[in-house]
Design a protein around this ligand. Structure first.
Ligand SMILES: [Zn+2]
Ligand SMILES: [Zn+2]
Length: 377
């Protein structure tokens, strides 16, 4: 890997620089070194370097990663949304994308929809089963409130861009190893809009967009599962004027429950019972997600038996009805006995030897005996 220059040095700013200072430094340097304006041989290289530094330092997450891990923290395949290394040729769309908050090289008459966003939402187990209303806080790019996205200070004129004469793009010929070719790039003056503000909006500094933190209300439907995504139409980032906003995708994370687990539409619960309850049967109270209900344990229940309580499970996501509560019986053997209990159990043991188990058990016990005595099972 080549020795890369420090991003802060590239932009000529302090490590403590504010977001605004990062932006200002980038704007100044980008205009100075844009290859369309700067004839010097290293202008394109410098321009890419400036862009890369800006992409890293203008994003709080990437900036934090860079501060901790240096260049390794913000490598092009680092996975952060929207961060791409600048390719060798024709990377200027990316540059202006970063600079003006969402511009792509394409015909300027085509409005560009806003980007989709993704956020996580952690909810309790009960909330996933029963549904909930929540708010998620996100920071997103919106249309500037002051200029309504047209980039001009209210009351001032928007005129045809003098650089591209309203075309939104500039052509320049370039000599490369592979020969001579013409590159079409976004107009650096108007960012491809074809029009420029005579006086840029004071709130968004002429970008037409601003970043805002919003609390978005979310109705989480009953029955969602961990990892599901909820789509909120139009709650993503703003598009260019006249284009729709992107969508917001919420990835649901469901916390574990103390008592219940989940298997699709069914709730699972393990009920400890003692040997007497298993043998004699019993009626007990069991918890449900919203309260409690009674459960009848049949006489002779085995450990591991599954009992079903209808309709106490998870509501179906797209339909009426609910799943069931599935109760697994777990027969717990006592680990300490008082003398009376011990006496009773010993008596019971003698009694059980005299009365054989049912036929199935009997055959099984016979087989085991046969195995010990070397006989054929
Ligand atoms: Zn504005
Ligand atoms: Zn222009």
């Amino acid at each position: 890997m080549t020795n890369k220059r420090d991003y802060y040095d590239i932009l000529g700013i302090q490590r403590s620089a504010s977001e605004e200072e990062v932006r200002k430094a980038f704007r100044r340097l980008a205009l100075e070194y844009h290859p369309d304006r700067n004839e010097s041989a290293d202008a394109e290289g410098r321009f890419k370097e400036i862009n890369e530094a800006y992409q890293a330092l203008s994003d709080p997450e990437k900036r934090a990663a860079y501060n901790r891990f240096g260049h390794a923290g913000v490598s092009a395949n680092g996975g952060s949304r929207g961060f791409e290394g600048v390719d060798t040729f024709g990377g200027f769309g990316d540059i202006f994308d970063a600079f003006f908050g969402g511009f792509e090289r394409r015909a300027r008459s085509e409005p560009r929809p806003g980007r989709d966003m993704e956020a996580g939402l952690t909810i309790a187990f009960e909330e996933a089963v029963l549904g909930t209303r929540q708010e998620v806080e996100i920071s997103r790019v919106e249309v500037c409130e002051r200029c309504k996205g047209n980039r001009a200070e209210p009351g001032t004129a928007v005129k045809e861009c003098p650089t591209c004469r309203g075309r939104g793009e500039v052509r320049r010929s370039q000599q490369s190893l592979f020969g001579h070719f013409v590159q079409i790039a976004a107009c650096p003056t108007c960012a491809g809009e074809g029009r420029v503000a005579s006086q840029p909006c004071g709130r968004c500094r002429g970008s037409g967009q601003e970043r805002r933190t919003r609390k978005i209300p979310v109705a989480v439907p009953a029955g969602v599962e961990d990892g599901m995504r909820i789509r909120l139409d139009g709650e993503g980032e703003a598009g260019s004027p006249g284009a729709p906003a992107g969508d917001l995708f919420l990835v649901i994370h469901v916390k574990e429950h103390r008592l219940f687990r989940r298997d699709g539409e069914h709730l699972l619960f393990e009920l400890p019972i003692n040997f007497a309850q298993a043998a004699l049967g019993d009626t007990v109270e069991v918890p449900t997600l919203q309260g409690k209900t009674t459960l009848t344990i049949p006489a002779g229940a085995q450990s591991g038996a599954l009992l079903r309580i209808k309709g106490e499970g998870v509501p179906h996501l797209q339909a009426k009805g609910r799943g069931d509560l599935l109760v697994t019986l777990r027969v717990v053997t006592p680990q300490s006995l008082d003398p009376e209990a011990r006496r009773l159990l010993e008596e019971l043991a003698r009694r059980l030897e005299a009365v054989d188990g049912d036929d199935g058990d009997k055959r099984w016990f016979e087989r085991i005996k046969g195995a010990f005595s070397g006989g054929q099972p």
